[in-house]
Design a protein around this ligand. Structure first.
Ligand SMILES: *[C@@H]1O[C@H](CO)[C@@H](O)[C@H](O)[C@H]1NC(C)=O
Ligand SMILES: *[C@@H]1O[C@H](CO)[C@@H](O)[C@H](O)[C@H]1NC(C)=O
Ligand SMILES: *[C@@H]1O[C@H](CO)[C@@H](O)[C@H](O)[C@H]1NC(C)=O
Ligand SMILES: *[C@@H]1O[C@H](CO)[C@@H](O)[C@H](O)[C@H]1NC(C)=O
Ligand SMILES: *[C@@H]1O[C@H](CO)[C@@H](O)[C@H](O)[C@H]1NC(C)=O
Ligand SMILES: *[C@@H]1O[C@H](CO)[C@@H](O)[C@H](O)[C@H]1NC(C)=O
Length: 314
């Protein structure tokens, strides 16, 4: 078999190449090696992922800073990015927590990645980008993710995550909260009131089975610019909501939201996308410079909304 022949015949060649590299460019070779503990963690991850083709060049004999998807700084691994493989199958092992210098972790478009997100991810306190998206990861969202003190983006969209949003997400360590995308999962239960303590900037909870009073996310003093709550079972009185003035995109469609549309909506001069369709809203759409920018499709499917661009009120 060719692979066997290769294994038997290649060590002398590899040693010769390494010897030459050592002679002629010792510093570039050193740049390719990573800290032994980091390498060990990566090899454990490769094994848990069932030695997929996409990680074929992750071998003990090669320098781990040169492996597919890996980036180092001063021989510590700071970025790991594995995307788009259908041969990868398995689970994310506890050893992921043994890459303490990791700033970026992206595992996406991996339909064979299963089981739950290990709690050890919360040991990675330097993480600024955590994307686990479009995989078959299931189970609950670890409540300890809120301890990641440097997190700027937390995207766990398009997985099979279930259970409730952790109450701990009402306070993130670090100077500002991350952009939060939990869309397209199987999350359920009441939205924790604690989420209202945070000024999210970007929050996408769309396409889950979440319930309760999501009005806690609003507030005139907040800076949220993109809010997507569509396709859930949120139920609250929109009449009482004060919209953040900087809102640029608001998706509330396909929920059970009732009441009237507050006239204050016409002060949202930055609003470029609005969808209030398929709720239980009622009353006249407040006429103004903002509401008139949007088509019927932004308001259809409510209980008794009326006025332009819908039919005249009775
Ligand atoms: C991996 O390489 C290291 C150092 O080069 C060596 O000590 C260790 O035995 C190797 N491990 C395996 C499983 O081959
Ligand atoms: C592994 O593959 C990547 C992408 O093809 C390549 O850039 C890198 O040099 C390879 N690393 C090794 C150790 O062969
Ligand atoms: C999810 O990943 C699969 C497999 O890589 C890919 O075919 C599909 O297009 C991805 N879906 C999205 C929405 O990106
Ligand atoms: C909001 O959610 C819906 C449903 O998941 C999606 O189609 C839409 O692209 C999302 N919009 C934004 C701005 O994220
Ligand atoms: C909104 O942003 C401004 C400027 O970035 C900041 O001064 C203000 O404190 C923020 N408001 C809230 C409620 O965080
Ligand atoms: C709003 O969402 C509904 C589904 O709830 C969709 O049919 C409609 O096209 C969307 N409107 C706009 C303006 O995108």
């Amino acid at each position: 078999m060719p692979p066997t022949i290769l294994t038997i015949s290649s060590p002398p060649i590899i040693s010769t190449i390494f010897f030459l590299l050592l002679l002629y460019s010792p510093s570039s070779l050193a740049a390719g090696n990573c800290f032994p503990g980091d390498k060990k963690a990566l090899l454990t991850i490769k094994y848990a992922f069932n030695n997929p083709e996409i990680l074929a060049n992750w071998t003990n004999e090669t320098a781990c800073c040169d492996w597919t998807g890996v980036q180092c700084l001063d021989s510590r691994i700071i970025s790991l990015r594995i995307t788009g493989s259908s041969s990868l199958s398995g689970f994310l092992p506890y050893a992921i927590g043994n890459l303490p210098f990791l700033k970026t972790l992206i595992l996406s478009d991996l339909p064979g990645l299963e089981y739950s997100i290990p709690y050890s991810i919360s040991h990675l306190t330097h993480l600024s980008t955590l994307i686990l998206s479009n995989t078959s990861l299931s189970g609950k969202i670890p409540s300890t993710l809120s301890r990641l003190g440097s997190l700027q983006l937390l995207r766990l969209s398009r997985n099979r995550l279930s259970g409730e949003i952790p109450k701990s997400f009402g306070s993130f360590d670090g100077s500002s909260p991350p952009r939060l995308d939990l869309s397209n999962n199987d999350l359920s239960g009441e939205i924790p009131a604690e989420l209202g303590n945070i000024d999210w900037g970007f929050i996408d909870l769309s396409n889950n089975r979440l319930e309760g009073d999501a009005s806690v996310l609003f507030g005139a003093g907040k800076n949220v610019t993109i809010m997507n709550l569509s396709s859930n079972k949120f139920r609250f009185d929109l009449s009482k909501v004060r919209f953040p003035v900087g809102l640029g995109a608001l998706f509330l469609n396909r929920n059970e939201i009732y009441g009237i549309i507050p006239a204050q909506i016409n002060r949202l001069i930055h609003l470029i996308v609005l969808n209030l369709s398929d709720n239980q809203l009622c009353g006249a759409i407040p006429a103004g410079q903002v509401t008139r920018e949007f088509p019927k499709q932004s308001y259809l499917g409510n209980k008794c909304l009326c006025g332009a661009p819908l039919d005249l009120c009775p």
